[in-house]
Design a protein around this ligand. Sequence first.
Ligand code: ZN
Length: 456
Amino acid sequence: MMQKLQLYNSLSNSSEDFVPIDASNVRIYACGPTVYASPHVGNARPLIVFDVLFRVLKELYPQVTYVRNVTDVDDKINARARERGISIGELTSEVIEEFHKNTSLLGILPVTHEPRATFHIAEMSDIIGKLLSNGFAYESHGHVLFRVRKMPNYGMLSKRNVDDMIAGSRVEVAPYKEDPMDFVLWKPSEEGMPAWDSPFGKGRPGWHIECSAMSHKYLGSRFDIHAGGQDLMFPHHENELAQNFGAFGCVMAKYWVHNGMLLVNGQKMSKSLNNIISLDDILRRHDGEVVRYAMLSSHYQKTLDWTDRLVSQSKQSLDRLYSAMKLCDDETNVESNDVVLKSLCGNLNTPFALRVLHEISDRIFKSSDKHEINRLCSQLKGGAAMLGLLRKKTDDWFRQNSDLISEEEIEQLILERKTAKLEKNFQLADEIRKKLEEKNIRIEDTPNGTTWRSIT
Ligand SMILES: [Zn+2]
């Protein structure tokens, strides 16, 4: 029987059965990167979460069209290019290339369309024209602005009320605005910065109109899922929704899916705290699957706390799953992914899906029946594929990762061994010592505790 997908819809603030607008072609849009610098580790979360959603949808429906844009026109891009003394084109090409390298290391499936904002200026200009003629926008001092008061139920997605926003808020007051809430659709470019001709004068689009134009071009005026990080819900998604409503008369997406934020050691990443971890750096030190596992170990709606401990635990968990895979034939057919698919269909419950994979592995370790092992191996491979995990050959995994043990992992294993000894579980203590030896780490017990050194 076909599984039913349930998703939490931010628009209704509730979990809903997913019923596609057109089951023969499910359509999803996710806001992609602004390509001004290499992304931080938090940017990987929506990529991974919505990749799992894409895999689930592909499993359930014959065709899925997934659009993830690239924002390549932005003040931050201009500033960074100037800072580095290179052209904007050079900067964006460099960052896009790096982005693709990272998505491939993370096992992200290629999307159906990856439109770039600068290639869709004409489409943006069309929508702005429609908004002007529908009375949802006005021109003022070289700017075109969206008339927020004209939008019925503005704030319906982020559950905000316009007057409350103005009362308490940081909305930008500008002399050219009719109302402080109005936001930019088109604005003049600064001297020497990218500018395009348009019926409203030479200039450049605002950020929100980019996604409106690209989603409309590739997915139509109403599609199934609009996805992105929670931080994009307001103002970005709220404004996209208002723009498309003003131009096309409907709410652009049926389901709005938002992933929670990522903290580092319990704190928000920020320049002032100097705790920004670049994705590049993480992927140099850890396998992409470890990052992927770590991201999927929490439910996508929850805040995820990124710590060294999380990374090393994820690595150990993957080692265990790959150890079970070692007992499987390379040729195992994948017949079933039902158990994992079922948990993912419950609003993408990835932590539960991972637990299911570990239960299957435990049964592989315990079983001595060849047929049963084959059946379990098929479930393990099928389930892992739904999560984009266990993509490597087991030998490659253990070879590539053998040298990559971190100091935290070593300390953690030493601690686990100490506990095992206290509990008189000498077999486990010995296994941990051997495991470390396999990774070329020698431990020595001294009266002052256990020390370790590398023996390569
Ligand atoms: Zn967007």
